[in-house]
Structures are given as C-alpha cells and as structure tokens.
Design a protein around this ligand. Structure first.
Ligand code: CO
Length: 203
C-alpha cells in the first residue's frame, strides 16, 4: 500500500472517530472498559459482506469471525476458540452464520479440485455439493445450483455449531442461546432468514 493510501485511511479514521464522539462523547471510554456483544457472527471474508454495517450495529455489539465461505470446521481451533470465548465468556445469546450469494469460495468448491490452499479450505463445501448431487441436478441453472450450495453451506455450519461440545454444554447449563442461518444478497444488500434457527438440541 502506498503511503498516500495509508494516509487516506488514517484521515478517514479520524473523521469516523470524531463523528461518533460528536454523537456520544463517552462512546469509546465506555467500550474500553468491556465488550458485551449480544451476537456472534460467522461470515465470509468477502469485502462486500461487512458484519457490522449490514446489520447496522455499532462497535461492541457483534463478535465476529470471518473466513472464506463462512465455515466452522469441527477441527478449526481458530473458529472454535472464537465460539467458546463468545459463548462461555461473553455470554452471547445469538450466534449467526451468514453466507452470501455469489460467494467465490462456494463457486470454487463447486468447480472442483484445484491446488491452491483455498481449494483445500473449501473442500468441505465441495463435499456438501457432492453429497447432494441429486438435489443439485434437478435445479435448472448453474446460478440456481450455486445459490443452493451457498444456502446448504450455511445450514451445514449451523448444524456443526450445534453439535460442538461448546453448545451442547451451554444448553446443558440451561444457557439461553440460539443459532441462526442467514444469507445475504450482494445485489440488493438484503439478508434472508433461512429459517433453520436452533435453540436447543442434542448432538
Ligand atoms: Co464469500
């Protein structure tokens, strides 16, 4: 990044900070003491799907983990430590998995085996596709198939989260915590509820 580009970001940051302090002089000093987010967000790294902006919340309201194709692999210590910290320390009440249509990671998974690291990363998404081949073959267009895989991927991650010992133990403790699946359209900026919310279940 050129020095000029960096300076532009720092200047924009100054203006952003000032605009928040103008509305609420205590905003940053209050947040500095502790965070109490209500939501945990698992989303895609895609630059067009920024968690805070699309759900209209301020810093401090959503704990966020993002990776390519919004996955929560059962062996990923990064995603799982975020999940555990959010559930056991921050006491979030709602976990959101948010996919998006037109996801490059999901499209790469559908296209098949490549050799880059991201191809390995999205291999579990490819397996969702291969495991549901019949359902996909019935869809009329490639874009319908891609959209369906984006949705099925979200649903798979919701199930994975629910099956973790982290959620199972939280529910055993009678913690009120729900897991939701949403999908975002980069065409109109709107979220859709996939209606797969889970409030308590057994693995
Ligand atoms: Co994506």
């Amino acid at each position: 990044m050129s020095t000029k580009a960096l300076q532009r970001l720092i200047a924009q940051n100054r203006r952003w900070s000032d605009s928040i302090k103008n509305r609420d002089a205590q905003f940053f000093s209050t947040l500095a003491h502790q965070q109490k987010p209500t939501f945990l967000w698992f989303g895609c790294s895609d630059s067009r799907v920024p968690a805070n902006e699309i759900i209209g919340v301020m810093p401090g309201e959503v704990f966020v983990h993002r990776n390519v194709a919004n996955q929560v692999p059962p062996t990923d210590i990064n995603a799982l430590s975020v999940l555990q910290y959010a559930v056991e320390r921050l006491n979030v009440t709602d976990i959101i998995v948010c996919g998006h249509y037109g996801c490059g990671g999901v499209m790469a998974a559908m296209e098949g085996v490549g050799e880059s690291l991201v191809d390995y990363w999205v291999q579990p998404v490819r397996e969702i596709y291969l495991d549901n081949r019949k359902q996909f073959d019935q869809l009329p267009t490639e874009s319908a198939r891609q959209e369906r895989l984006c949705e099925l991927n979200v649903m798979t991650q919701v199930n994975r989260i629910c099956r973790t010992s982290i959620l199972q133990q939280a529910w055993d403790r009678q913690n009120k915590i729900s897991v939701h699946g949403l999908i975002y359209s980069i065409h109109d900026g709107l979220l859709k509820d996939l209606k797969v919310s889970v409030s308590k279940t057994k693995a």
